[in-house]
Design a protein around this ligand. Structure first.
Ligand code: ATP
Ligand code: MG
Length: 444
């Protein structure tokens, strides 16, 4: 809450200290975007911060680096003492940090001019590096010498790509050149950090443009994608090479959920391994879905994907080019196996993938995508059954008809299938009646 943050600034001022809101909160306020959290910077030392906020609860995990988390109404406000970072090692971490009494020094260590802005409790902007101009012009520019800054901390390279993807900003030429020059230092960045930044990049509104400009950075962290760049498809259904098709699909996506965006990034990664030519001279990539599925397994492991996201992306990539909507029954079967969320995400992937084809390709595949949407909407609207656990008859009900063991599951599956086929309603009395006749047949 801005009110609370300003209140904290005032309390520090009243204690005789300087205090400013800094970083993302300033940037997003000037951009008129939602502010997620308020970071405060001050010349008070952690000890002095704790004295000013005597009686408050604190989070002290970051205290070594000068950060005291002050808890107000269950929210944590991070208050950090002005800092200068010592020499860096490992292209990520400073050897030591020292506290400073100068706001300018603190702002100098920040990554980009648009992130090196601060304001005081009266909203006076402090801007030593022309960050406001860069913000107005939509430019990402390193503070100081870009090569030095990316050599110190290579994570900044991915942060630049990410901010460009989120805000649609252009990366200033020297900054971009230095990112590319320093890209090999990304090997020192942990997989977890790489995943977080790429994930945010992919969910950014301008992701495709950012990845187009920064493809060398993308290929540095996911080298397996490089083979798709410039790989031609020799197909009437395609206007682009595989990588550019991927970017167009990403740009066309109507959902920016991580599962959708990662699946789009990877869906055709297997194509270069299976291109064959028909007698007509056109290219075919039959089986590319399985190859994509196999190729990305080690990537998802390496980037330490969260389990649920990993499983979803693997499944969607495997199914992205399979028709699952020839009938409503087929859609329900898919839903019963994979659930609503994944099926909806698969729809968004198919839709974006389809949009990124040539006109001929769009016409060829649009029907099955439309049909999937049509059936999905109908199933949801009518609250039609696709989850066996919601069948109106239980295992106990079936056992009470005199069947046991494996037969119970068999009968239940039969009933479920008949409901999916629309042959019987999901109504207990009707299902018992049908179950009775199935059980009778079983016993004979
Ligand atoms: P958001 O929270 O929207 O992702 P942010 O800019 O607030 O963006 P944070 O990671 O929360 O990003 O960092 C807060 C501020 O700390 C940044 O605005 C920047 O000033 C500084 N900062 C963060 N990471 C780095 C870094 N690797 N190098 C230099 N400065 C950094
Ligand atoms: Mg932040």
């Amino acid at each position: 809450m801005i009110k609370t943050a300003l209140n904290l600034l005032e309390k520090l001022n009243n204690g005789g200290f300087e205090a400013f809101i800094v970083g993302g909160a300033v940037r997003n306020k000037l951009l008129n975007l939602q502010v997620k959290d308020y970071d405060i910077t001050t010349n008070a030392t952690p000890q002095q911060i704790k004295q000013v906020f005597d009686g408050y609860d604190f989070v002290e995990a970051g205290i070594k680096h000068g950060t005291v988390g002050v808890i107000v109404d269950k929210n944590v406000y991070e208050i950090t003492t002005y800092r200068v970072d010592g020499d860096y090692f490992d292209h990520r971490r400073p050897k030591n940090v020292t506290f400073s009494t100068s706001l300018k020094e603190d702002l100098t260590r920040r990554d980009f001019t648009i992130n090196a802005l601060a304001y005081d409790k009266d909203f006076n902007i402090i801007d030593y590096f022309d960050g406001v101009t860069d913000l107005k012009n939509g430019i990402i520019r390193a503070v100081g010498d870009p090569k030095k800054r990316f050599t110190e901390d290579a994570l900044r390279i991915l942060r630049a790509v990410r901010f460009s993807a989120e805000y649609g900003f252009t990366i200033e030429k020297n900054t971009l050149d230095a990112m590319i020059e320093c890209k090999s230092y990304l090997k020192d960045i942990s997989s977890e950090r790489i995943f977080i930044e790429l994930n945010k990049t992919l969910c950014g509104k301008y992701c495709a443009e950012a990845l187009y400009t920064c493809k060398q950075i993308l290929f540095e962290v996911i080298p397996e994608l490089e083979i798709t760049d410039g790989f031609l498809q020799f197909s009437l259904a395609h206007d682009y090479d595989v990588f550019n098709h991927t970017l167009v699909a990403i740009r066309s996506s109507k959902s920016n959920k991580p599962a959708v965006m990662w699946s789009l990034l990877f869906h055709d990664i297997g194509k270069p391994y299976c291109l064959t030519f028909g007698e007509d001279g056109y290219g075919h990539t039959r089986g590319h879905m399985q190859i994509s599925h196999e190729k990305i397994k080690p990537i998802l492991e390496r980037l330490k994907f969260p389990t649920k996201l990993k499983e979803e992306v693997l499944q969607i990539v495997l199914d992205h080019d399979t028709t699952i909507s020839k009938s409503k029954y087929e859609v329900k079967k898919y839903l019963s196996r994979h659930g609503l969320e994944l099926t909806q995400d698969l729809f968004y992937v198919k839709l974006a993938d389809n949009t990124a084809h040539s006109t001929i390709g769009i016409i060829r595949y649009a029907k099955s995508v439309k049909q999937l949407k049509y059936y999905l909407d109908e199933i949801i609207e009518n609250n039609e059954l696709y989850d066996i656990n919601k069948l109106a008859i239980s295992g106990d009900d079936i056992m009470s008809l005199g069947v046991y063991g494996k037969d119970v599951g068999f009968v239940k599956n039969e009933l479920f299938d008949k409901v999916l086929q629309g042959e019987v309603e999901n109504d207990k009395t009707k299902l018992i009646k049908l179950a009775t006749s199935i059980c009778k047949n079983l016993k004979n």
